[in-house]
Design a protein around this ligand. Structure first.
Ligand code: NI
Length: 216
């Protein structure tokens, strides 16, 4: 084997085994689709002290999701989840549509990558905190005509946990998928023909993301 052949062989060998290690001080931005799928349960709706005997439900929604990560070490990154506003229909069990709400669920997590930093496949686990801001809560026009008004959902502060992985394509680009559980609980308050109503709702969604990542 002459020297140039060995040099060529060593280049070919290493094309298949790139070392795109995460490094301390790296930033990563990911963008893609994020779906919020509620695992909801509620107590019964109460109006002026009367239990109506039925609860409410919340449907799923997908939006553009954004992650910003900072690597404190090659294995430990802080991540912020942001998204365009989610919009959910709220239903009254066995009756039908009640109204809708929008929300933003910013979530701050500490992610731990447990394989070697040079691996292309980078699974991680993360835990953190969520603050969910509800806005533009409204009843359907039929319910508004029936006397429902002033729908308001309390903002929620709770724990979040996730698993996911990055798959490194090259030095800068990666693909990512993750699933998170977020503890989101709220109290909805409203008026019905002048009487005060309320219902407690646990939304506790699973949040799925598929994203493209860019590291710099
Ligand atoms: Ni909960």
């Amino acid at each position: 084997m002459n020297k140039s052949y060995i040099a060529l062989a060593s280049i070919i060998c290493c094309i298949g085994q790139p070392a795109y290690s995460y490094e301390k001080g790296d930033w990563m931005v990911r963008g893609g689709i994020t779906a919020v799928t509620p695992n909801d349960s509620s107590n019964h709706v109460n109006v002026a002290g009367t239990d109506l005997g039925i609860g409410v439900n919340v449907d799923s929604n997908s939006q553009l999701g954004l992650n910003i990560l900072y690597f404190y070490t090659p294995k430990l990154a802080v991540e912020l989840l942001a998204a365009t506003p989610f919009s959910h229909d709220i239903g009254l069990d066995t009756v039908g549509d009640l109204g809708s709400t929008k929300h933003l669920p910013p979530t701050l997590s500490l992610n731990y990558y447990f394989l070697e930093p040079s691996a292309a496949f980078q699974p991680y686990v993360g835990a953190g905190l969520n603050y969910t801001i509800f806005f533009e809560e409204e009843f359907t026009s039929a319910n508004t005509e029936a006397g429902f008004s002033n729908l308001e959902l309390d903002n929620s502060f709770g724990l979040a946990a996730q698993i996911g992985f990055d798959y490194t394509i090259d030095e800068k680009w990666s693909i990512n998928t993750s699933v998170r559980w977020i503890d989101i609980d709220t109290e909805a308050t409203f008026d019905l023909n002048g009487a005060a109503g309320s219902v407690d709702v646990e939304i506790d969604p699973l949040v799925y993301s598929v994203m493209l990542g860019y590291r710099f």
